[in-house]
Write a protein that binds this ligand. Structure first.
Ligand code: IPE
Ligand code: IPE
Ligand code: MG
Length: 242
């Protein structure tokens, strides 16, 4: 599919696409390279995709960059991933003047190194008034962790008498999630052939359409995303109706 056919066609795009960027390690292995090389190529693929998504007028793009379970990887790989993240965020800060992309982070960033936390705050502040693509990076993100953190916050509000337990609705609860103010994704893409959620956005994807591709993340580009959107458009979304 040629993406120039689809450019400037934002009215036909979902508002929010979420991606589980998987397969960096296998991409590197196929090329007899260290896993870090795969992560580096993956970061590049993301950079290009983000630029293209902004160009086609996508409103929200959420990407799974590091899960609460990824700490179980060897320390060296975790360090490599954190360093790549540092570079990625710094690059975004440097280029913020030249683009219109807004950056948000979901996940428990309090477990990240303090300089990374500060970089995230700097970048979200710097881009908060941008009107182009809203890039949401899931970092130390786990859906169960997010829900538990929301439950703790809401419990405190109940204890303080700000909310009545009986008044808690889906709408009130959602306000305590990291994704407050972001519409649920209509489409979730996972690369690398795996067909599981791996603790990603469990609450928000109750009615999301799933699209799986065997492509490894570093090979994924805007044409692949637009192909997923074409498939998405053929889905009959019933939301429980007939
Ligand atoms: C995705 O690629 C990146 C992260 C999870 C951080 P993987 O590193 O999981 O790549 P595979 O699954 O081993 O190929
Ligand atoms: C999911 O990929 C997390 C990210 C892409 C950041 P994993 O590679 O960690 O998932 P599992 O372990 O195969 O389920
Ligand atoms: Mg993986």
């Amino acid at each position: 599919m040629k993406n120039n056919l689809n450019h400037n066609n934002s009215q036909n795009l979902p508002k929010h696409i979420a991606i589980i960027m998987d397969g960096n390690g296998r991409w590197a292995k196929k090329k007899f390279l260290p896993r870090t090389a795969g992560h580096k190529a993956g970061a590049n693929a993301l950079k290009n995709l983000v630029t293209e998504c902004d160009k086609i007028g996508l409103k929200h793009l959420t990407v799974y960059a590091f899960s609460t379970e990824n700490w179980k990887r060897p320390e060296e790989e975790v360090n490599d991933l954190m360093n790549l993240l540092r570079e990625y965020l710094q690059n975004f800060v440097n280029e913020a003047d030249r683009n219109n992309i807004k950056v948000n982070v979901i996940g428990d960033i309090s477990k990240l190194d303090i300089d990374l936390q500060n970089k995230i705050l700097e970048l979200t502040e710097l881009t908060k008034n941008k009107t182009g693509l809203n890039l949401i990076i899931a970092l130390n993100y786990g859906a169960r962790d997010e829900i538990i953190r929301a439950v703790k916050k809401i419990s405190n509000e109940v204890l303080e008498g700000k909310i009545k337990a009986n008044d808690i609705s889906e709408d009130t609860f959602e306000k305590f999630l990291d994704t407050y103010n972001i519409p649920d994704p209509e489409l979730l893409i996972r690369t690398s052939g795996e067909q599981r959620l791996s603790n990603f956005l469990n609450w928000q994807i109750a009615y999301t359409e799933f699209y799986f591709t065997d492509k490894l993340w570093p090979d994924f580009n805007i044409d692949d995303l637009l192909e997923a959107v074409e498939i998405f458009k053929t889905r009959n979304r019933r939301f429980g109706e007939i």
